[in-house]
Write a protein that binds this ligand. Structure first.
Ligand code: GLN
Length: 232
């Protein structure tokens, strides 16, 4: 381990139900996933202490902005709008959002969902995308705090579609046998980054970047992805 080891314990917020990045492992009652493993590997490599609070995506954004959290790692897409209030690490993964409907739906894209109710997750890029198409397709947006509640609204027919990050919905459909499917192409492909409040904790971003480069070089990063079923 190298880097600026100190006695500080960084408080890092994360989502609470965003598999395979972070999700509760029922058998051990701990949060596991790609983000959790990357953070652990980077912290070990750089010799810093941290604790994770899996409070949800919008809650994480709020906690970082309020200075309650030092950083967040939550499958968070790096965007220009977010760069106004966050500083990001180098990208550690790439994904984008995709339209999700019930398996028996005929909808192929938003033009088949005119005037319909769309479930979105507060503060996410999926929500931002739906907001940008709201007027054109007369969408009624319904906001949810977490991904599972959003999927439930589709499953029980409360809402007609939702937007979710492609890998996340695919992983969940496969692992939970959900009665949902993705349609069309990935929208808004982007990079995931580790984030701090703009202008704060620059040493933490630096350690994350150095640690990420090291675990990519030594094969640990690839092992983490493979553990959750991905080719790197
Ligand atoms: N990648 C999406 C975003 O940054 C969703 C993140 C999430 O729901 N945890 O908005």
């Amino acid at each position: 381990p190298g880097g600026a080891a100190s006695n500080k314990t960084y408080v890092i917020y994360s989502d609470n139900a965003f598999p395979p990045y972070e999700f509760l492992d029922q058998s051990t009652n701990t949060y596991v996933g790609i983000d959790m493993d990357i953070l652990a590997a980077v912290a070990k490599d750089q010799g810093f202490q941290y604790e994770v609070k899996n409070e949800g995506f919008d809650a994480s954004m709020g906690a970082v902005q309020a200075g309650q959290a030092d950083a967040m790692i939550a499958g968070m897409t790096i965007t220009d709008a977010r760069r106004e209030t966050f500083d990001f690490s180098e990208p550690y993964f790439e994904d984008g959002q995709i339209l999700v409907v019930k398996k028996d739906s005929d909808a192929k894209d938003l033009s088949d969902l005119k005037g319909k109710q769309i479930a979105v997750k507060t503060s996410t890029q999926g929500a931002a995308y739906a907001e940008s198409k709201k007027d054109e397709y007369d969408l009624k947006l319904v906001y949810y705090e977490d991904s599972p509640t959003m999927y439930t609204a589709l499953k029980n027919g409360t809402d007609d579609a939702c937007f979710e990050d492609r890998m996340v919905i695919q992983y969940t459909i496969d692992s939970e046998n959900l009665d949902l499917k993705t349609v069309g192409e990935v929208l808004n492909p982007g990079d995931y980054g580790f984030a701090v409040k703009k202008g704060t904790n620059p040493e933490l971003i630096e350690m994350f970047n150095k640690g990420l480069a090291n675990i990519k070089a030594n094969g640990e990063y690839d092992k983490i992805l493979e553990k959750y079923g991905y080719q790197s």
